[in-house]
Every structure is written in structure tokens, then in C-alpha cells.
Design a protein around this ligand. Sequence first.
Ligand SMILES: NC(=O)c1ccc[n+]([C@@H]2O[C@H](COP(=O)([O-])OP(=O)(O)OC[C@H]3O[C@@H](n4cnc5c(N)ncnc54)[C@H](OP(=O)(O)O)[C@@H]3O)[C@@H](O)[C@H]2O)c1
Length: 267
Amino acid sequence: MTRQDKDLPAGSFAIVTGASSGIGLELARCCAAKGCDLLIAADEPEIEAAAIELRKTGVDVRAIQVDLSTLEGVDRLVAACAGRPVDCLLANAGRGLGHGFLDENFTQAKLVLDTNVTGTIYLIHQVASHMRARGQGRILITGSIAGFMPGSYQAVYNGTKAFLDSFSMALRNELKDSGVTVSCLMPGPTDTEFFERADMLDTKVGQGKKADPAEVARIGFEAMLDGEGDVVAGWKNKLQVAMAKVTPASLLAEQHRKMAEPGSAKP
Ligand SMILES: NC(=O)c1ccc[n+]([C@@H]2O[C@H](COP(=O)([O-])OP(=O)(O)OC[C@H]3O[C@@H](n4cnc5c(N)ncnc54)[C@H](OP(=O)(O)O)[C@@H]3O)[C@@H](O)[C@H]2O)c1
């Protein structure tokens, strides 16, 4: 594998998806702090406010409002690069969904699948092929420690993150001699809009202690610069992942139920 410098060369260009809030906004701030020009994307108009803030650092920032659950939305994002080579792709956009699977609105469940899985890997497919042709590039995928646990009352979401955690390591292996690195950031519960948007504020995990998104993003960004394969943010989460690897799946599903079942926040 071609060794990449830890620092990004001047004039580097990064795409950050889901950059309007939470971990993605913090990842975009990390890129901007390194002098990296940005193309940032999200589904709502708030992405423009993020761009205004990020431009104050002096880097060139373009914002695009696109639905990354659709192939058309991903095509629009790729077209917005206008042929500029992408040095870093931070594929972070994602959404959760609480409640029992049969009680979820299927359209919402499909949106989780289409955003977290189909849109994410289509974007990577489009951008990484150019990186491979150039013999250089960095990809950071936001997976989750949720990918290690069958997610009772969050079943579709955890399934999408299991997919991404696995996909990331497989793609990394396929690209190991190409000069393109693939890293996976696996956060645990993080203090963003995620739980409110997933309608999980009445759950134990929704009400529990959470990590600072700026710290989570810093850990992921550094892992990407170092070309690491995967990084679990926070020692408690590292412990949880280690335990999950030796715990029967049925027990993990039962543990997940206790923290994600609607109403589980009650004492
Ligand atoms: N928070 C946690 O506890 C946690 C833990 C592990 C992993 N993660 C992962 O971290 C990533 C970021 O989530 P977050 O916690 O920072 O939550 P967040 O604050 O809700 O941010 C999610 C971002 O993704 C964007 N997004 C969602 N669906 C989109 C779509 N269809 N098209 C375009 N953009 C879309 C959102 O933009 P709009 O608002 O415009 O839709 C927003 O910018 C997700 O992949 C999530 O699964 C979060």
C-alpha cells in the first residue's frame, strides 16, 4: 500500500455527508481545520448554515442539499464535484429508527436502509473508483458499535450498521494495494439529534449518557489520517464491543431490548 502522509496536502478536497449536524458537522470542522476544501451534503436546508460557518476558517466550502437515500441524490452530489479529484470521502450521513419492527412505518424503515446502506455504498462506488485510478485517497465510513449487536427495537438500524462495519473492512482489504485507505468509525451513543430523530427519547439509551460528537469525530478523523482499519470511540464502547464478540447473539438482543424498548427510560 502506498504510504500516505498523515497531514493532508494543501489544496486537498473532501466530501462530508450528513454535515449539517452532529458527528458529520464535527468531521467537516476537522477537515476545515486542516485546510481542506469541502463539499458538504445533507437533506435539509440547514446544510447552508454549516457552510457559512465552515467558510469562516478560510477554506472553500460548497454545500448541496440532496437526498442521499436515492441514487439520483448521490449522482447530484458526485456531479457537484465538477471533476475535482476527491482526496477524502467521509461517508457519514445516516439515520436511526426506534420501535419494534412491525410497529415501524415501513417507508421510514426503508429510508434507513436506503440512506445508511444503498446511498452510502453507491457514493463510495462512484468516488472510490476515481481514487483507485489515481492511486490515492482516504475513505472514512461512519459505522457503529450497534453493528455488533442484534438491535431489538432498532432492528433495521443495527442491521445497516452491521452491514457497514463489515463492508468497510472488506473494501479495505480489496483496496489494500491501491493507495486508497478505508477506515470505519464506530461510535457508541453520541450526543446528537440522532435519538430524537429516531423517536427514541423515551428509551434508556436515548436518555443515557452520551459522548461528545466533537471528540468522536476527532477520533474518526485521526483514524482516517492514520489509515487505520477501524476505530471504536471511547473505552466503554471498546469494552462493550469486546464483550459482544464473546456473548451469544440471543443475550445481546435481550440486552439491547432493555436499553432500546419504548418506555425503557422509566425507572
Ligand atoms: N448519535 C449516535 O449515537 C450514533 C452512534 C453511532 C453511529 N452514529 C452514526 O453517525 C452518523 C451521523 O449521525 P449523528 O449522530 O451525527 O446524527 P444527526 O445529528 O441526526 O446527523 C445525521 C446527518 O445525516 C444527514 N442525513 C440523514 N439522512 C439523510 C439523507 N437521506 N440524505 C442526506 N443527508 C441525510 C442529516 O441531514 P438532514 O438533517 O438534512 O437529514 C444529518 O446531517 C450516522 O451515520 C449515524 O448512524 C450515530
